[in-house]
Design a protein around this ligand. Structure first.
Ligand code: ADP
Length: 395
């Protein structure tokens, strides 16, 4: 029987799950419970026996997972009929402790709890998912897979900020990086497509989704990445500002009496493409830009310019670059963003082919003469979590 991993991604009011064939990456079933704890929740399940949708209230993550188990029974596949070898949990912040996925035990739960101040929105939700799943599925091994782990190979001069030395020890202030599961998956897949080992390649990976991050990957190891202490730093995102002068908080406190918490909220939820245009969906932004909307044009230009700056920086970091890889919603689908972000870089040996660039599936989009290959590689974080969880279980 094919081995499967149940992958769980618990958010503050949501629970996403996927039963993944660890060899092929195919999902035998997927589901999502949203608006947990609200009046009208929403549960969708796609299984081999059909699709299920329900809007009745789901009070807690525990109830959400119970509903998921029932949906597996009715719409398939019944969990008892599948060879499930592990439950893989996405955990956003693994701090400096976790450079690899790890089996869930009480010590791991305590360690992830200690990291809550670094990811106050995400880690408590991830922990809740772990606790609930361990209660309901006690006979399966549970594995935590961290978004930060892949970037633990950054050298100190890349992960340190130039702030008082002891802030790292006292407050954990350093760059951790995120989207590690995606960067790991995409860089391995890109190496396969190029017919080389990941350990023989230097890559720049651009994960452009609602959240966006760039990573410089030298011979399979992340050596720099654009997100930092939190996922706010770096590229322009759907609702997050990315890089800005750290004096902004103090300035707004002085001139507008705005609290640090409020500035934080605005920089995370009301900035980025949304702050500039009122719209965080890249498709709508593209449509408005094509219709001549000035703000949409500015937001698009700013978004792509920031990507280009990171490409230049990581090119210098790596010295030689074999390939630049685009992934996630915008990276995979927006030919306009890819073309603009890599425009006029012939001098660096980067040339996007306008016809190949119309692709939205896996493949090379650079010209034959481009010294640096440019690729589109759809990410599959669930499969990566499944593979990593399986590797932990196998030891
Ligand atoms: P998440 O980070 O939540 O996983 P995704 O990777 O799904 O997000 O990316 C979502 C973003 O991708 C949205 O801004 C969406 O508008 C954009 N996107 C999806 N499809 C397209 C498309 N065909 N063209 C341009 N942008 C797209």
């Amino acid at each position: 029987m094919t081995e499967h991993v149940l992958v769980i991604n618990a958010g503050s009011s949501s629970l996403k799950y996927s039963l993944v064939d660890s060899d092929s990456g195919d999902a035998a079933a997927t589901g999502l419970v949203e608006r947990i704890g609200e009046q009208s929740s929403h549960h969708v399940h796609h299984g081999p026996k059909g699709d299920f949708e329900d809007d009745s209230p789901v009070a807690s993550h525990e109830k959400a997972l119970e509903a998921a188990v029932r949906a597996f029974e009715t719409y398939g596949p019944a969990l008892g009929d599948v060879d499930i070898v592990a439950v893989g949990h996405r955990v956003v912040h693994g701090g400096s402790q976790f450079a690899a996925p790890a089996p869930v035990d009480d010590a791991l739960i305590a360690a992830v709890t200690e990291l809550v101040p670094l990811a106050p929105l995400h880690n408590p939700a991830n922990l809740e998912g772990i606790k609930v799943a361990r209660r309901l599925l006690p006979d399966l091994p549970h594995v935590a897979v961290f978004d930060t782990a892949f970037h633990q190979t950054l050298p100190p001069y890349a992960y340190r900020y130039a702030v008082p030395f002891d802030w790292l020890k006292e407050y954990g202030i350093r760059r951790y990086g995120f989207h590690g599961t995606s960067h790991a998956f995409v860089s391995e897949r890109a190496a396969q497509l190029l017919g080389r080992g990941a350990d023989q390649l230097n890559l720049i990976v651009l994960h452009l989704g609602n959240g966006c991050s760039a990573a410089a990957i030298r011979r399979g190891n992340s050596v720099d990445t654009s997100m930092g202490l939190t996922p706010l730093e770096g590229l322009v995102m759907g609702t997050r500002s990315g890089d800005l002068d750290p004096a902004v908080h103090g300035h707004l406190a002085r001139v507008a009496g705005q609290s640090a918490a409020e500035t934080d909220r605005i920089l995370n939820s009301e900035s980025g493409l949304k702050g500039l245009t009122g719209e965080n969906d890249f498709r709508e932004l593209t449509r408005r830009r094509a219709a001549g909307d000035d703000r949409a044009r500015l937001a698009f230009d700013l978004y792509c310019y920031r990507i280009k700056k990171y490409v230049g920086a990581y090119y210098a970091v790596l010295g030689t670059v074999d390939a630049i890889v685009f992934t996630a919603g915008v990276g995979q689908h927006s030919a306009e963003a890819r073309a603009a972000a890599l425009s006029d870089l012939d001098g660096l040996g980067i040339q996007v082919d306008p016809v190949r660039n119309t692709a939205t599936t896996e493949g090379v989009i650079s010209t034959d003469g481009s010294r640096v290959k440019v690729l589109v590689v759809p990410t599959n974080e669930e499969w990566q979590i499944a593979r990593e969880a399986l590797a932990v279980v196998r030891g």
